[in-house]
Design a protein around this ligand. Sequence first.
Ligand code: NAD
Ligand code: G6P
Ligand code: MN
Length: 444
Amino acid sequence: MTSKKFSIVIAGGGSTFTPGIVMMLLEEAERFPLRKLILYDNDEKRQDILGEALKILLKERAPELEFIFTTDPKVAFTDVDFVFAHIRVGKYAMREQDEKIPLKYGVVGQETCGPGGIAYGMRSIKDMLELVDYMEEYSPEAWMLNYSNPAAIVAEATRVLRPDSKILNICDMPVGTLRRMSQIVNTTPDQLEVSYFGLNHFGWWTSVKDKNTGYEYLDDIKEYVAEHGYLTQVEVDTQHMDESWQETHKKAKDLLAIEPRFLPNTYLKYYFYPQDEVEHANPAYTRANEVMDGREKNVFSAAQKIIDSGTAKENSFEIDSHASFIVDLARAIAFNTGERMLLIVENNGAIANFDDDAMVEVPCIVGSDGPEPLAQGKIPQFERALMLQQVTVEKMVVEAYIEKSYQKMWQALTLSKIVPNARVAKELLDDLIEANKEFWPDLK
Ligand code: NAD
Ligand code: G6P
Ligand code: MN
């Protein structure tokens, strides 16, 4: 296709998702050739384990590729074309707090929704800005493709505080769900073309069509979802497979019931049925514990095995839909492919009757100048009202960060649909401040 080869830094090089992305880059080497791959993390121990293991693997499978792992930002961000960002500020210890503190008040405790997501947002802003600044200092032409959560708040923060930066915020949930939809109607995800509107982790599909014939699958998929949710028999989405995820896919049935016109994003369950979540939650063992005992252990022990045996021939890492999406996006920019994908972008009319300055999730055509959002027309009042409430929460967290405002943070929590009232919001805030001392600005 072309002789151009690319240089990528993965920020959050010690992430559980890093090996999967590296495996995907190897698989895609012909379609997306690399000359250099860098892993960057601010936790030397995590970086060293995954870095050493991947060094062995890459020496065996891609000896010509220059590979570096480092905790030095200058080394990491110099001479790169893309930054793939997936950092978790406060790591799993803090995700556990985000999930457990709300549960003490009978409120949903979740990584990106409600008080947990608000707390995580307040932690992520500073470090995400730091990454953007490193990129702009050392490789001003580069693009940052960001998975770091909560993507909605990160997107709003960079919109306001780094308006000219080349950062694209993305989410793999619609990608995983689309794989399930394709399974339901017996086709492949690349055959489907969707229309969608919403915020990150807060949206609806209004159309799922066959790319070639134009056949509209929406009713067929709805019929299935009304009975089974997005639960499918075959493991098309290798990422969202744990038992708790199966419950989530099933729950889409109840989400469709309240809005039968559209197909729901699974994350809406935290807003529509919070009491079901709280009832089923174990306040002593939440999703963070499951991941620490599952994915994190698996990835790091696979890495340790490679290091101990000095070879990756017997042990390797898995690829998932999470990895394929970010590589497709980089390809779209690198080769101006004009591929259609869902991204989190500034609305500017894409949703006709929604605020211009809201960060929304809509289909975009992606080429070398970045995304061109596709007009989704007017949305119904029900969704518009829900989205306005949620986007205002996200905006107020960013304002609270900028102004170091306790009052705005209290208002943001009070406005969250998941929080019952201002008193609980205040008690929660005081607990979250205590738990996040190391990470949040001092709120006045
Ligand atoms: P993880 O804790 O395993 O990895 C995150 C890594 O980031 C850690 O090694 C940590 O040391 C590092 N880190 C933290 N702050 C940093 C900083 N300032 N600079 C450099 N490195 C830093 O977490 P994970 O489960 O692998 O998830 C990684 C991130 O990806 C999370 O934010 C998660 O929410 C996000 N994610 C997003 C999507 C999406 O749909 N957008 C999907 C999956 C995961
Ligand atoms: C989905 C979402 C991500 C989220 C992840 C959590 O993929 O799109 O934004 O971080 O789920 O998955 P986990 O397995 O860590 O609970
Ligand atoms: Mn997501």
